[in-house]
Write a protein that binds this ligand. Structure first.
Ligand code: UDP
Ligand code: MG
Length: 168
């Protein structure tokens, strides 16, 4: 498929180091479209589900703390959906390799990432690595109405008893 969507997360170290503008500028080189964007406070459930495939890794608990901002005194990440031709591969290339010391020095991770003394890769950005992962992640982080494009089939559901916060 030519038109692809991919999830990008600017991790807490990226926000803490004021790299958001820089990262978005780098990603704009790919000429993709941003079709969803928001700032998120990552709850434990979301973190665990996002990284569920890594739950048996020795660094899992540290990784959960990292994405939740607990290592940086931050409570925010920025999540974005990029769409376009070969979006997944293009964004991964600009992001760079998982290990920031092995990443191309001109990639985002190569330029701004580091390895913590615990061994965790603090690598500034998340990017989906293949299309089924992208679909799973986009559906996890975004509701259909938060994306300005009908990416995946959705349905209308009524929640009559739902309580929501509204502006006072
Ligand atoms: N990670 C790590 N050590 C490893 C592998 C991964 O600290 O040996 C962290 C790193 O922050 C990475 C995240 O776990 O971005 C998710 O790992 P994955 O293998 O999915 O790498 P990615 O897809 O982010 O390149
Ligand atoms: Mg991954």
């Amino acid at each position: 498929m030519d038109q692809e969507a991919t999830l990008v997360i600017i991790k807490p170290d990226g926000l803490k180091k004021s790299l958001t503008g820089n990262i978005l500028t780098r990603l704009s080189e790919a000429k993709l479209k941003i079709i969803g964007a928001k700032v998120v406070e990552v709850k434990e459930d979301l973190a665990n589900t996002h990284y569920s495939h890594l739950k048996d890794k020795p660094f899992f608990q540290e990784l959960i703390k990292y994405i939740r901002g607990k290592l940086h005194g931050e409570n925010r990440v920025m999540s974005l959906v990029y769409c376009g031709e070969n979006a997944i591969g293009k964004v991964r290339r600009i992001a760079g390799a998982t290990n920031p010391e092995e990443a191309d020095p001109i990639s985002i991770r190569g330029a701004y990432g580091r390895i913590l003394t615990t061994g965790l890769y603090e690598n500034v950005i998340h990017a989906s690595s293949e299309s089924s992962e992208a679909e799973r992640e986009i559906k996890l982080w975004f509701n259909p109405d938060e994306i300005v494009y009908d990416l995946y089939p959705a349905l209308e559901k009524q929640f009559s008893s739902q309580t929501r916060r509204v502006w006072q």
